[in-house]
Design a protein around this ligand. Structure first.
Ligand code: SF4
Length: 236
């Protein structure tokens, strides 16, 4: 009989690649999970909703050699690998991390919603995935659960139709910044697309220095105000 999973079930928000499935506050079943029985499972995620096919093939082939009996979809579009011994789970966890999968629920990439963008999508005006990767690597401390960051290749906003605290959107003028709005809103400031991560890095640096003890990133942003944030983003 199947081991029962004590995991929450939530509806999918949508199917577009990169969607965060409800935003940054929803925890995904990522990492080593203790099930109701003595069994354990490994939960992993695809960074921004996708990964090169060869990496998934490599992981599943290795998972088979370790005795994985089943792979299930889980909330937040995580994947659960079942039937593992503790040692096998540890080994698979390390391999998944080395291949670039999301293996930690606190991974800053889970805080960012981004579509494929340029060059994968013909409508994309900025390289959303590259920008997102750079922001995640450089600003892990700022990407707490309070913050929603959306990076959209164009104003269509496929990955996150709703408002986000910060939205970078590609357009004719480069990477526009929308504060507390959607990708369809008129950006208040721009940087060249290749330099967008630097602009968000500047905002992150101000949050780092200006926030009060215990204050979330979102609360600090609200205190700085849309005009102040936009100016920081635009500055050289
Ligand atoms: S938001 Fe624009 S660039 Fe991104 S996937 Fe949708 S149409 Fe393509």
């Amino acid at each position: 009989p199947e081991p029962p999973l004590k995991l929450p079930i939530s509806p999918q928000v949508g199917e577009m690649s990169g969607r965060t499935e409800g935003g940054a506050t929803e925890r995904q079943p990522i990492g080593v999970l203790n099930l109701a029985t003595t069994a354990i499972a490994l939960g992993i995620g695809l960074p921004f909703g996708s990964i090169p096919a060869q990496k998934l093939i490599n992981l599943t082939q290795y998972a088979l050699t370790l005795g994985t009996t089943e792979i299930r979809l889980a909330p937040g579009r995580a994947l659960l690998l079942l039937g593992l011994s503790p040692a096998a789970c540890l080994s698979l966890h390390q391999t998944a991390a080395a291949l670039g999968f999301v293996t930690d629920a606190a991974d800053p990439r889970t805080r960012i919603a981004t579509c494929p963008g340029a060059p994968a999508c013909a409508s994309g005006r900025i390289a959303t995935r590259d920008i997102a990767e750079t922001i995640a690597v450089e600003n892990r401390d700022i990407l707490d659960s309070s913050l929603t960051l959306h990076i959209s290749g164009c104003a269509k906003g496929c990955a996150h139709p709703g408002p986000a605290a910060l939205t970078l959107v590609g357009g004719e003028n480069g990477a526009g910044l929308v504060v507390d709005g959607t990708a369809k809103a008129l950006p208040a400031g721009y940087r060249p697309g290749y330099d967008a991560a630097h602009g968000i890095g500047r905002v992150a640096a101000v949050i780092r220095s200006a926030r009060h003890p215990g204050e979330t990133a979102a609360a600090c942003l609200a205190r700085l105000g849309a005009a102040g944030i936009t100016e920081i983003y635009r500055q050289e």
